[in-house]
Design a protein around this ligand. Structure first.
Ligand code: NAP
Length: 276
């Protein structure tokens, strides 16, 4: 395999216990010989991932904590320093998708939780880890936002806001450190992972509809790894994400309007409360 700038580097991946994060860990360890430090709350799943890596399991270590707690990132950074670990790359991937709903149906606690996990966790991690990562000659920070950051649809006010905040934040910090660190921003479209577990309807019809518009998780992971390899700054992956990006650039709010109408016409239960 051709040499890649992050081969054998030390990479921190948040949200490593499932979906895209888990896929990234497997690829980074198996295809690039990286030492990966995973972060998530579910220890059982992290242990399972270590086992799944078999003889390469020694290349994966993990810490279990809630990424929305600033003090945990402070502790984590201290531990890295004490143990003499020099991370090269940070991938802020942990995130949640609140139930699709109208804005007024969310409690303020739900809004706060989404902002804390999807946005502030990255502010905290970058605040603590950027000075350490910047010491590496191959420094990189990759933040996983969403196509929802590019075009807001009905029912996604809170999620879109949290991911748009992450996008703007990343774009600005990149310019502040352009020559010292690679900053990637990933905006995946719908991807087949467990992130939809909290949506109200998971009937066969809803599942089929979601499957039709969603990218395979392995494919998404490949796109992200290839994007990082080329040091791409904007990584918009999946046909739906691409259409949302182009649609928003060309037609502005008309794109949000048309896509939201499609959600309404679909009649899917998970979008029902939005349009009632
Ligand atoms: N799937 C999609 O369609 C899609 C589309 C666009 C963007 N994204 C973004 O892609 C990223 C990965 O999502 P996914 O689809 O792979 O979802 P997933 O399968 O639900 O994985 C989410 C990961 O985040 C971790 N996590 C969630 N809250 C956490 C917290 N408070 N503290 C620590 N870890 C936490 C989870 O681990 P624990 O539960 O073990 O803590 C899990 O490992 C997210 O940022 C998501 O917004 C996904």
């Amino acid at each position: 395999m051709k040499k890649c700038w992050f081969d054998y580097k030390t990479v921190i991946v948040s949200g490593a216990s499932s979906g895209i994060g888990k896929g990234l860990v497997i690829k980074l360890v198996k295809d690039h010989g990286c030492n990966v430090i995973g972060i998530a709350r579910n220890e059982q799943r992290l242990m399972g991932l270590k086992e799944e890596l078999g003889t390469l399991g020694y290349k994966f270590s993990y810490y279990t904590f809630d990424v929305s707690l600033k003090e945990k990132w402070v502790e984590f950074a201290k531990t890295l320093e004490q143990e003499g670990i020099q991370p090269d790359i940070l991938i802020n991937n942990a995130g949640i998708l609140p139930k699709f709903d109208r804005f007024e149906n969310y409690t303020l606690e739900e809004v706060d939780k989404a902002m804390q996990i999807n946005f502030y966790s990255c502010v905290y991690s970058m605040n603590e880890l950027m000075p350490i990562i910047m010491r590496s000659e191959n420094a990189g920070i990759v933040n996983v936002a969403s196509s929802a950051a590019l075009c807001s649809l009905a029912g996604t006010s809170v999620y879109s806001a949290s991911k748009a905040a992450l996008k703007s934040f990343t774009d600005a910090v990149r310019e502040e450190h352009r020559d010292k660190c690679y900053f990637g921003l990933v905006c995946p479209g719908f991807t087949k992972t467990d992130i939809f577990r909290n949506q109200s309807e998971s009937t066969d019809k809803a599942q089929k509809a979601m499957d039709m518009v969603s990218s395979d998780c392995d494919k998404m992971v490949d796109w992200i790894i290839n994007g990082m390899w080329k040091k791409k700054e904007d990584m918009i992956f999946g046909v739906d994400a691409y259409l949302m990006d182009i649609g928003n650039k060309l037609c502005g709010t008309l794109c949000s309007n048309v896509a939201s109408k499609v959600m309404k016409i679909s009649g899917l239960g998970m979008f029902k409360s939005i349009f009632e």
